[in-house]
Every structure is written in structure tokens, then in C-alpha cells.
Design a protein around this ligand. Structure first.
Ligand code: OOG
Ligand code: NI
Length: 458
């Protein structure tokens, strides 16, 4: 028996690499996308030595090639609660509550991710995790049948459950246990072509909502996409067709800017995959579309004030023009977005002074006098004693997430539900509170300033 445990960061890296290798083998376009993203990132860094130096100084350079997020959709409260325990083994915790019912998707969600700066820079792997809301499905009989199917499945291997118990009992996993945990946990996220239901039942679920079929009909919550991070999403989007990939019509999120904010995302359509349904006499070869590809570009994390400005400008854009799924108004949408977002300051200085974004402070190396030590952060930056770099947004955006869901569920899936957030219900299922995302950034900013001040005084 070993008395040293593998750090959670190392287990997370093993897991995200194993997941990436599995997805690459199962979804060949994902491999193509990884290659394209790497090529574009290398070009961006080569052409922009300043950005290269800044990312290197912040310790962000190494994480970019490793960086990705995935997404899964769960069926029951018990699955979500166990998933929380599973992710805790890898140092990933639920941050944020996202209600997608407004956008016609019957789920609510959180993102499991690392919290601390050091953990994020070691490997920021995140999983957007949704819980199906059968309560939003109208047909009571179908709701009942779907719940019964979900009750009978077990999405975790016995070995995985045992290792989660071991982790909780000993407070860590040794290297051999961690390796077998990763292999066992991977089984939950794998694609299983054998369905849990007959084709007739699949069709009924599908008619209620495609997402309901995607969750209920299968043995487990197959990872439905894995998203690498690019430093230039417009270029990757433009080059995707050359690489044989057809992206969705518009990039979700803010427009292209000098100082990127929040998150910009685009995806390509799901693959059609063969499915073996349970025999019910009527079996024709079945198909299901679930898995897709996505890329993202991350920028400055916004304060509540900055987020409110973002929400207002996005709502204003969408009140004028909503992107059509067929792409016919994509150029007009992107143009309106750009015009409306001209109202969002686009230099780091103003963003910081107006309190729109979160920044990480560090000493520049210029020596400070005793008088300097009493000055505020703004004055220290102005005097060239401190530098302020954007803190990267580590979370998700509900309107964008809805756009990603919709583009991959097919246009017929666009369906209205009344806005119906129920965070209390989600947290009851999770068995924990979700962590407030703004608080994490505010703490990271304050801690960096305290460290920088201490360094100036030393
Ligand atoms: C999740 C969609 C949300 C994102 O990047 O916003 C998401 C899903 O389709 O399950 O992954
Ligand atoms: Ni995604």
C-alpha cells in the first residue's frame, strides 16, 4: 500500500487525455479539429510575440494545448449526485447554475471544473453537466415510462463506485488506484450503441423532445462533444470547410474584439450513428445523432457590472435579429452584433477602470518607494509598478449553450417552454450548493493584488 496519493490535478489530466483519445477514436472529425486548432494557435503565437510572452509569463501557455471541455446529459437526481462525487476525485466542483428551459431545452445545468488558480493552470478541464427535466414534458404517461427506464439503468461501473468510496474514505487515490479509476470512469462517458429501449419507445421519446430520447434511450451519458480552445476562433471557423467540416452558421457569444471577453463558441453538426434497439418485433436498423464537435475562444471574465452590459447588448442584438439555423442571415447577424457591441469598451485600461472585468495583478519588477506602498492599485499600475492582466473566463454562457444545444438537436427541436429556473431543485438533486462564479473571480483578483503588494513591500 502506498501512503502517497496522486494529486487531483494529475488524475484530472490523466482523465482528460484518456477522454480525448477515446473521442478521437470514436469521432474522427474531432481529431481533424484538434489538428486545425493546434495549427492556428501556433500561427497566432508566432505572429504575436507579445501575446506569446504574456501567456508564458502567466503560465497559460502550457495549458492551452491541453485545454478542453466536454458535455454530458444526465437522467436522474441520483446520477447527478454520484457524478458530483466522481468529479471531486479529480478536483472538479460544480460552478454556476444554468437554466436552459428558456431556450426550449428541458434541462438545467452546472459546470464541474477546478477552482484554484494553480489547479486551473495545471489543467482547466471542465464538463458542462445537464440534468434532464422530465417535469417539463407534457405527456404524463410518457414521463412516467421515461422515469421507469431511467430508474433501471446504472451508469457507473461497480469498480468506479468502489474507487469513489475509497477516495472518500482515504482522502485520495494512489497511482495504481487512480489509473484504474480513470479507466472505470471512462466507461460512463463512452458511446454505447445498444439502446435501453425499443425503437417504438425511442420514437415516442424523440417526439416529446430529441433531448429526452438522447438521455433516456441509452445506457449512459455518452460525452456529446469535447471542445479544444483556440486563440483565433474566426480563423478556425473560416478554415473548417477546407478541412472537410461544416460549422454552424454563427459564432455564439460576443463579436471579435481587440480584448476578447467571456467566451465565443462554434460547433459542427452531430454524426449519425447506428443504434441497436431492444427487439420488439418492428426492428429496422436504427440511427441517432448525438455527438458533435465544438471550438471555443476564451477571454476576460466580466464582473456582474460587465456581465449585465454584455447581457443587455446581446438582448438588444437579438431583439433586432435572431440567427436563423440555416445560416441565411448569418452575415447580417454578425454585423448587427458588431455594431451593438461598439458600446462595450475594447481596451484593457478602460475595462479595468470601469470595473467591467477581473484582472490579475503582478509586480513589474520596478522598485517601489515607501510612499508607493500606500497607493491604490490604479495608481500603482499607472506608475508602472504593477501590471494587470485579464483573468480568463472559465465558465459558460446560457444563451450560447442554448445555441449549441439547438444547432445539434436539429431545427425541429426548437420548442418553447416557459422560463422555469429551479436552482433549489437542481441543488437538491446534486446534493450540494453550486458555487457562485463571480465570487471565484473576485477572490482570485483580490488574492493576486495582495500577493503583488506583499512583493512590492519585500
Ligand atoms: C451542452 C451544450 C452547452 C457549451 O459549450 O455551451 C455547452 C450539451 O449540448 O449537452 O457545451
Ligand atoms: Ni460545449
Amino acid at each position: 500500500m502506498s501512503d502517497t496519493y496522486l494529486p487531483a490535478d494529475a488524475i484530472r489530466t490523466l482523465f482528460s487525455r484518456a477522454m480525448s483519445a477515446m473521442y478521437r477514436a470514436e469521432v474522427p472529425a474531432y481529431g481533424t479539429l484538434l489538428d486545425l486548432v493546434k495549427a492556428v494557435n501556433d500561427e497566432v503565437l508566432a505572429a504575436d510575440p507579445e501575446q506569446h510572452a504574456r501567456l508564458a509569463a502567466l503560465g497559460e501557455l502550457d495549458r492551452i494545448g491541453e485545454e478542453r471541455h466536454g458535455a454530458i446529459r444526465l437522467g436522474t437526481a441520483a446520477e447527478l449526485a454520484t457524478m458530483r462525487r466522481l468529479f471531486a476525485v479529480m478536483g472538479m466542483y460544480p460552478v454556476g447554475y444554468y437554466d436552459l428551459s428558456v431556450a426550449g431545452v428541458p434541462v438545467h445545468s452546472t459546470a464541474f471544473r477546478p477552482l484554484e488558480d494553480a489547479a486551473l493552470s495545471a489543467n482547466p478541464f471542465r464538463v458542462f453537466t445537464s440534468l434532464l427535466r422530465l417535469d417539463l414534458i407534457e405527456d404524463a404517461a410518457l414521463r412516467q415510462e421515461a422515469a421507469e427506464v431511467l430508474e433501471t439503468r446504472s451508469i457507473f461501473t461497480p469498480g468506479c463506485l468502489a474507487l469513489i468510496d475509497t477516495f472518500e474514505a482515504q482522502g485520495g487515490l494512489d497511482a495504481a488506484q487512480a489509473e484504474s479509476f480513470v479507466a472505470e470512469a471512462l466507461e460512463t462517458f463512452r458511446w454505447h450503441a445498444e439502446a435501453n429501449v425499443s425503437q417504438t419507445m425511442y420514437r415516442r421519446l424523440h417526439e416529446a423532445h430529441r433531448l429526452v430520447a438522447d438521455v433516456v434511450a441509452f445506457k449512459g451519458p455518452h460525452i456529446n462533444h469535447l471542445t479544444p480552445r483556440t486563440l483565433d476562433i474566426d480563423t478556425v471557423q473560416r478554415r473548417m470547410p477546407e478541412a472537410g467540416i461544416a460549422p454552424k452558421a454563427v459564432i455564439e457569444g460576443p463579436p471579435a474584439r481587440k480584448v476578447p471577453i467571456l467566451l465565443r463558441q462554434t460547433s459542427f453538426k452531430a454524426l449519425e450513428e447506428p443504434v441497436d434497439f431492444l427487439a420488439d418485433g418492428s426492428n429496422a436498423p436504427g440511427r441517432h445523432t448525438a455527438r458533435f464537435g465544438e471550438i471555443e475562444q476564451r477571454g476576460l471574465a466580466l464582473t456582474p457590472k460587465g456581465q449585465a452590459l454584455y447581457d443587455r447588448l446581446l438582448a438588444e442584438t437579438r431583439a433586432t435579429i435572431t440567427p436563423k439555423a440555416d445560416g441565411s442571415n448569418a452575415a447580417a447577424y454578425m454585423e448587427t452584433l458588431g455594431t451593438v457591441f461598439a458600446a462595450f469598451p475594447d481596451d484593457a485600461e478602460t475595462l479595468r477602470r470601469e470595473g467591467l472585468g477581473y484582472f490579475r495583478y503582478s509586480p513589474t519588477g520596478k522598485p517601489a518607494s515607501a510612499a508607493d506602498l500606500g497607493r491604490d492599485a490604479e495608481a500603482l499600475v499607472a506608475a508602472g509598478l504593477l501590471r494587470a492582466d485579464p483573468i480568463v473566463y472559465e465558465d459558460f454562457l446560457p444563451v450560447s449553450a442554448a445555441g449549441i444545444f439547438q444547432s445539434n438537436l436539429g431545427d425541429e427541436a426548437a420548442q418553447a417552454f416557459a422560463a422555469n429556473p429551479n436552482r433549489a431543485l437542481f441543488e437538491a438533486a446534486l446534493g450540494a450548493r453550486v458555487i457562485d462564479l463571480h465570487q471565484r473571480y473576485a477572490e482570485a483578483e483580490a488574492a493576486s493584488l495582495a500577493r503583488a503588494r506583499a512583493a512590492l513591500a519585500a
